[in-house]
Design a protein around this ligand. Structure first.
Ligand code: SAH
Length: 468
């Protein structure tokens, strides 16, 4: 038998009351480059503190409290010491904290400073490595960092501050943080005696939908005064092939999904880009309370999408109820994403109205076909209610109570998707068209538009004109 004792040193207080911290690397941008372990830590987390380089869309998928510690204009600017204290503050409340950083925490990530602080406070932690920007850029541009006969060594260096620029004697050099110092770095490399013909590549937004690469020789780059936009890496070495601007990643079609089920596009030809549309908690809480308390009056629950399911159940549980209180109702969804979300609560919907499988029928036609009429339907939905669904349900002879359980809001302009990189846009509902319209006044002609159904197509014509 093992008996464990508390040494009483002060550094080893009962860890159960001291919380736990995961220092996690989120990878360079493509959300699929997150490790399975990072995903688990994020699922378990009570609090997530995340940086500039971490996509808000990634963080949004997890239920934890989210604290942004980056430098966006509209938010408080955190100094490193303040971040350290914020991690400690939450951990000391007994919380599971994920400190989520771009790339890998130990490559120019200041992860070392954060664990120093955790050690001082005797807080338990672990570190989950991430794919660093150099590895992401290398894979997504087809630049091998080492290559037999061409490059047998590689170094990761920083271009910032300028006084710290080093030029090691490795075959390949990757410079991080070069957006404002690219010429200083190139000058330093030339001063070290590298040939003017040395190959150079700049990779902006590596692994993201808007990845861009520029290549040339050291000499050409030193004469070029093209701006480099952050985040960007500079790679130097003979292993840079001339084909990288037409690499596997740039050849994929980029599909902007404004909502809906992205699985329909998951194949090797496409990259899915999620439209940054937030679900803001914006329910009318009195109406929510009244509906949940009067749930016995309804005979049917109808969910149009995943968010409606998610927020409805959140409120149901907050009011001390669970799925047993829905046993008297039939539950219906339009679309597979809502049905899949329902399954996570242990519910198989009585019917799932697939617009694609009942072409031309319209919602009321489908309801008729399923024999769903004369119901009192509770319709949890977005606060900016799409009245047409309620109207169609009423047309089919039902009494309908729409209940706003969330509000769709679009993100700040500065984070808007750059349509120059997009090949196709999938509009999943009329509400998504309106959200999109609040950020973009037109859609470039070369972009293919795919509406989910007729109602969405009508809204597209209303918002963007006949051509759509
Ligand atoms: N810990 C991070 C690096 C943080 S320092 C990592 O391991 O990747 C910030 C620098 O990382 C940026 O200035 C840029 O040089 C680089 N970087 C991070 N993400 C990038 C991306 N998607 N594309 C290009 N460079 C990136």
């Amino acid at each position: 038998m093992t008996v464990s004792t508390n040494s009483g040193s002060g550094q080893t207080q009962d860890p159960a009351h001291k919380g736990y911290v995961y220092i996690v690397g989120a990878g360079p941008g493509d959300p699929e480059l997150l490790t399975i372990k990072a995903d688990r830590a994020l699922r378990e987390a009570d609090v997530i503190l995340y940086d500039d380089l971490v996509s808000p869309d990634l963080v949004e998928q997890y239920g934890a409290e989210k604290i942004y510690t980056g430098k966006r204009k509209d938010s408080h600017h955190f100094e490193q010491e303040e971040i350290n204290q914020e991690i400690v503050r939450h951990a000391l409340k007994g919380k599971k904290v994920v400190r989520l950083k771009g790339g890998d925490p130990f490559i120019f990530g200041r992860g070392g400073e954060e664990i120093d602080t955790l050690r001082q406070y005797g807080i338990d932690y672990e570190i989950v490595p991430g794919i660093t920007a150099a590895h992401g850029a290398s894979a997504y541009t087809e630049i091998p960092l080492t290559m037999r006969k061409v490059s047998s060594s590689v170094a990761f260096c920083t271009g910032h501050p300028v006084s710290k620029i080093q030029v090691p004697d490795t075959d390949t050099i990757v410079y991080y943080m070069v957006a404002s110092s690219v010429h200083d770095v190139l000058d330093a490399v030339a001063a070290k005696g590298r040939s003017p013909e040395t190959r150079v590549a700049v990779i902006q937004n590596a692994t993201r939908y808007n990845q861009q690469t520029f290549t040339g020789t050291l000499d050409e780059f030193r004469r070029r005064d093209k701006a480099v936009y952050s985040p960007a890496l500079l790679i130097i070495g003979a292993n840079i092939s001339q084909f990288i601007e037409n690499n596997w990643y740039s050849r994929k079609k980029k599909v902007l999904m404004t909502g809906g089920d992205s699985r329909r596009y998951r194949n090797t030809d496409y990259i899915i880009v999620n439209f940054p549309c937030r679900q803001v908690a914006g329910a009318d809480l009195d109406a929510v309370k009244a509906c949940i308390e009067g749930i016995d009056d309804f005979s049917m629950l109808f969910f149009q999408n995943k968010s409606a399911v998610k927020y409805f159940f959140q409120y149901l549980f907050e009011h001390g109820r669970d799925v047993r209180h829905l046993a008297h109702m039939s539950i219906c969804t339009s679309g597979r994403a809502a049905a899949a979300e329902l399954l996570t609560y242990g519910i198989i919907p009585d019917c799932c109205l697939e617009s694609s499988s009942s072409a031309g029928l319209g919602l009321s036609g489908m309801l008729d076909k399923e024999g769903l009429a004369h119901q009192h339907i509770l319709l949890p939905c977005s606060g900016n209610v799409d009245e047409s669904v309620a109207a169609e349900l009423r047309e089919a002879g039902n009494r309908v109570t729409p209940l706003g359980v969330y509000v769709h809001g679009t993100q700040q302009q500065e984070d808007a998707i750059d349509l120059d990189f997009i090949d196709e846009i999938y509009f999943s509902s009329p509400g998504c068209v309106r959200n999109f319209r609040s950020l973009y006044s037109s859609i470039p002609e070369r972009i293919k538009i795919t509406p989910a159904d007729e109602r969405t197509a009508d809204e597209l014509r209303a918002q963007f004109g006949a051509g759509t």
